[in-house]
Design a protein around this ligand. Structure first.
Ligand code: AMP
Ligand code: GLY
Length: 422
């Protein structure tokens, strides 16, 4: 089967790496890919959200199955457009990708489904939003409705912060159309965990547990990022909790989506808060987490391709996945200035030595080939992923491999896995 992976980050490198091991794959393409992916697949210089160009090239090359990494092409309708030309894809259609594309849509849907979540209200005008805030007080959370590159959420500890967030979105237009509406919701306290399930519209198959670290600096300090590292399994996600999340959150969501005529296929990624009154849904993403995907792929023993195909073909009830018992841990090597203003262009060396460390895979995230040199070309530049019989050994291997990489100005967290390692 000829398979195309859409995207060019660490998540997509891990997906390509996993798919490249499948005996069912006869051709592997990526768009736009990256220099790491290029050693395993043929890269096309087409942006991940250029739906028309992706579809045209997929047809021309005889691609039979497309795996979509990031949310933007899903929200833009890539899966729908591929279906129109008869190409199967892994990922939700645009109508179901709204679970990530619109927070207000999701809140209304899960309220109907009876899923436990923070109390909320939606606003597109500033005065009623202010009046609502005066009733609720702080702490309170203000969210731009649409995709805002991870910057649309303000966890406001004071009323003044909350008012500023409302004004930034509704008056100043800081998030453009994505912030033309806001959701104001109750502040939830507890430990945050992520939950991933493959879905085929009807059946959900939970994946191994994985947890990322969102803050930029050690000790969970500094600004929010896309994720600075991850580990799997995540001890906070016990078997009992998994069953509860499936029963109270994932299944009711899938049933409601199906009843609405917008069945969800792909990976449903639930951000959860473990509150004193049980797990509550913070948000949905409609794709694999990055860098959670890297540790999941490192642990997946089954062939990835049949599982993704089964999700696209409504056949997940026949699938079970095997995972290596060994834990995995990955550390993101980020560029100076990430997340606000990452510096591009630093020359990267030592990747081969790092990748030669036992149990280690170096996944490229934001890299570029410049002549003979590999250079940093994004905020999160590399994800160094290690597996080992214990999480502590996996961590030691990942950090040992990081030590072999020269990345002027680059930084990484030194405490990835701390919650699980104690
Ligand atoms: P999001 O962009 O929706 O992932 O939100 C970013 C972060 O804001 C989440 O990972 C949480 O840490 C935090 N957050 C979002 N909603 C809430 C909430 N209702 N209560 C407390 N923290 C929240
Ligand atoms: N690591 C979190 C995300 O991919 O959204």
């Amino acid at each position: 089967m000829k398979v195309l992976v859409v995207g060019g980050g660490g998540r997509e490198h891990a997906l390509v790496w996993s798919l490249s091991a499948s005996p069912l794959v006869t051709g592997l393409f990526a768009a736009p890919g990256n220099p790491g992916i290029a050693s395993l697949a043929t890269c096309w210089p087409i942006a991940a959200d250029d739906v028309a160009a992706l579809v045209a090239r997929a047809v021309a090359e005889g691609v039979e199955f497309v795996v979509v990494g990031p949310e933007a092409p899903l929200v833009a309708g890539l899966v729908d457009a591929l279906d129109q030309v008869g190409i199967k894809a892994f990922g939700p259609r645009a109508a179901a990708a709204r679970l990530e594309g619109s927070k207000g849509f999701t809140k209304d849907l899960i309220a109907r489904a009876g899923v436990p979540t923070a109390a909320y209200a939606r606003f597109s005008a500033v005065e009623p939003a202010r009046a609502y805030l005066r009733q609720t007080g702080a702490p309170i959370v203000v969210k731009a409705d649409g995709l805002a590159a991870g910057k649309g959420v303000t966890v406001a500890m004071t009323l003044a912060e909350a008012e500023a967030a409302i004004e930034a979105a509704l008056v100043d237009g800081r998030f453009g159309a994505a912030g033309a509406e806001v959701v104001i919701e109750e502040y939830l306290e507890g430990e945050e965990v992520s939950f991933f399930a493959l879905c085929d519209g009807e059946t959900a198959l939970p994946l191994a547990s994985a947890q990322d670290h969102k803050r930029a600096y050690d000790g969970d300090q500094g600004p929010n990022t896309g994720g600075m590292g991850a580990y799997s399994p995540a001890p906070a996600l016990t078997r009992a909790l998994e069953a509860e999340v499936m029963e109270r959150i994932i299944r009711p969501t899938l049933a409601t989506m199906a009843a609405d005529g917008t069945p969800f296929t792909g990976v449903l990624f639930a951000g959860l808060m473990l509150t004193s009154s049980g797990p509550k849904l913070i948000e949905y993403n409609v794709r694999f987490g990055d860098p959670e995907c890297q540790v999941l792929m490192a642990r997946l023993q089954s062939d990835l391709l049949p599982a993704l195909l089964a999700a696209a073909d409504q056949q997940l009830r026949h699938v079970s996945l095997r995972w290596r018992p060994d834990p995995a841990l990955c550390v993101v090597y980020a560029a100076e200035g990430y997340p606000d203003a990452p510096k591009k262009g630093a020359v990267l060396t030592g990747l081969d030595a790092a990748g030669a460390t036992a149990g280690v895979q170096v996944f490229h995230a934001g890299t570029k080939q410049r002549g003979d040199a590999l250079v940093a070309d994004g905020g999160r530049v590399l994800t160094v992923t290690a597996t080992a019989p214990t999480l502590a050994t996996a961590r030691d291997r990942a950090y040992q491999a990081l030590g072999a990489i020269q990345f002027p100005g680059g930084f990484f967290r030194r405490d990835i896995g701390w919650r699980a390692l104690g």
